[in-house]
Each structure stands twice: as structure tokens, then as C-alpha cells.
Write a protein that binds this ligand. Structure first.
Ligand SMILES: O=P(O)(O)OC[C@H]1O[C@](O)(CO)[C@@H](O)[C@@H]1O
Length: 248
């Protein structure tokens, strides 16, 4: 795992945006996996400001979506992505994919979402945030590393952490559709963004803890092409010593 140290949130976001821009310019028909939450907001803002990079041939798959929120609900991840990125870049609508948390048949939605990713030959570059409990996408602690896109019940701690985006905690949906750990791990390359003191313990566990389904992000240590971009607050005093194979 490669670690890039950024001074602060702005610098982390700028580095991430530059990496994404370079990848898109090198491979205009790239398939990106995208994340939501507070962490990537500024990365998307930098991408939106850039008039040199064309999204005309880019395809995107988002990690997750709440169940029960329509795409026009301001708290849905559909809405978030339109607001922060898709409405500001030249990506054709038919190249944008998010799970539909409003689908009548949610199991079929999970199956067909996974199928669509496959039909696009998988994800070339997956952007990830890190939950304080180690979740990636909405894969909560205890999720099997073998799972593909599936329905999850959100942990009380995730509901609490995400309540800041809603008028009240009662409004936070209790379930979501998420790409599974197995879906994420099939990505050719993964970029993890980590910012702020609140993520320090999770980042330390990701870098130095054991690989365990109780801490979903730990699986990233077994992927061959992962870069973490973390700011100084998130890194705190974490040492950069190399993880040995027998630490796993
Ligand atoms: O960036 P945040 O808001 O801290 O969230 C971290 C992670 O949690 C989620 O928002 C899900 O709760 C992910 O989409 C995100 O990557």
C-alpha cells in the first residue's frame, strides 16, 4: 500500500483530483468507481473546476445508495453525485450508474448492478472513503469479504455519523445497497481518501491492524494497487513501518 501524506483536507483533495485527471487523460474511456460522504466533496469540486479534462467517454459506478430514497431526494447519493460532480462535467447520463435504492425488486437490483459492472470489464480506478468503524462503501464490520453488491442494515454508529447530512437522525435510512468487498477488490486500482482526527484510529487500524472482517477496510492490504491519501490530522503519529506478510 502506498501512502501519500497531505498537509490538510484541501491538499488531500487536490492530490486526489490530480490523480483522477491524469488517469482520465491517459485513458479517456476509463471506468471509475465513485464514493460519497463528506470526504470526496472537495475532490469533486476540483474536478468540476477543471475544463481541460473531458468526461465524455468516462463511465462511473457509485459504491452505494440508501434504500427508500428516490434519486431526487436531496439526501440520496444520486442527488449528491449530481450536485457535486455530474451536473458540472460533460459526462453523458447513460454512462452514470448508481444502485437504485428505490427499486421494487432490490435483490434483482443488486444482481443487475453487479452484472453491469462486469459488462463494463470491471472498475479501473475505485475511489474510497473510510468509515470510522472501518467500513468501505456501506460494508459494515462483520460483512463477508466474499460478498458482491448486496443489501445492508446500517450500524447505529454509521447512522449517527451520517445524521449530520439529515434534518434529524430519525430520517437516516436504516438500510442501503452497497457494492460488496469482493466487488471493490476486483477494481484494478484503489484510491482511499482519509481526512481529519476522527479517522485517525481507523487509519491506524487499516495500516497496522490485522486483516479481519470485523474491520472491512483491512482487506485492502491484500490488494496489489492501493494508494491512501491521508492528511496530517488523520495520520497523527501513525508510523509508516512496512507491514510484513506474517503480520496479516
Ligand atoms: O466521508 P465520510 O462522510 O466520513 O464517510 C466515510 C464513508 O462513509 C460513507 O459515507 C458511508 O457511510 C461512505 O460513502 C464514505 O466513503
Amino acid at each position: 500500500m502506498k501512502i501519500i501524506r497531505a498537509k490538510d483536507y484541501q491538499e488531500m483533495s487536490k492530490i486526489a483530483a490530480n490523480i483522477l485527471q491524469d488517469k482520465i487523460n491517459e485513458h479517456p474511456a476509463i471506468t471509475l468507481g465513485l464514493a460519497t460522504g463528506g470526504t470526496p466533496e472537495q475532490t469533486y469540486a476540483y474536478l468540476s473546476e477543471d475544463t481541460q479534462t473531458s468526461f465524455e467517454h468516462v463511465t462511473t459506478f457509485n459504491l452505494d445508495e440508501y434504500i427508500g430514497l428516490s434519486p431526487t431526494n436531496p439526501n440520496s447519493y444520486h442527488y449528491y453525485m449530481n450536485k457535486h460532480l455530474f451536473s458540472k462535467v460533460n459526462i453523458p447520463t447513460e454512462q452514470i450508474f448508481l444502485p437504485n435504492g428505490f427499486a421494487e425488486d432490490l435483490l434483482e437490483e443488486c444482481r443487475s448492478y453487479e452484472q453491469k459492472i462486469k459488462q463494463h470489464n470491471g472498475i479501473d480506478l475505485q475511489l474510497l472513503g473510510l468509515g470510522q468503524n472501518g467500513h468501505i462503501g456501506f460494508n459494515e464490520p462483520g460483512t463477508s469479504f466474499e460478498r458482491h453488491t448486496h443489501i445492508v442494515s446500517l450500524e447505529p454508529s454509521t447512522i449517527e455519523a451520517n445524521a449530520r447530512f439529515f434534518d434529524s437522525i430519525e430520517e437516516v435510512p436504516k438500510q442501503a445497497i452497497t457494492m460488496g468487498i469482493a466487488s471493490i477488490m476486483k477494481s484494478k486500482e484503489i484510491l482511499v481518501l482519509v481526512s481529519g482526527k476522527a479517522k485517525n484510529a481507523a487509519l491506524e487500524q487499516l495500516m497496522h491492524g490485522k486483516i479481519d472482517e470485523q474491520f472491512p477496510a483491512s482487506i485492502l492490504n491484500t490488494h496489489e494497487n492501493v494508494t491512501i491519501i491521508a492528511d496530517e490530522e488523520a495520520l497523527g503519529n501513525i508510523t509508516f513501518m512496512r507491514r510484513e506478510a506474517n503480520d496479516r
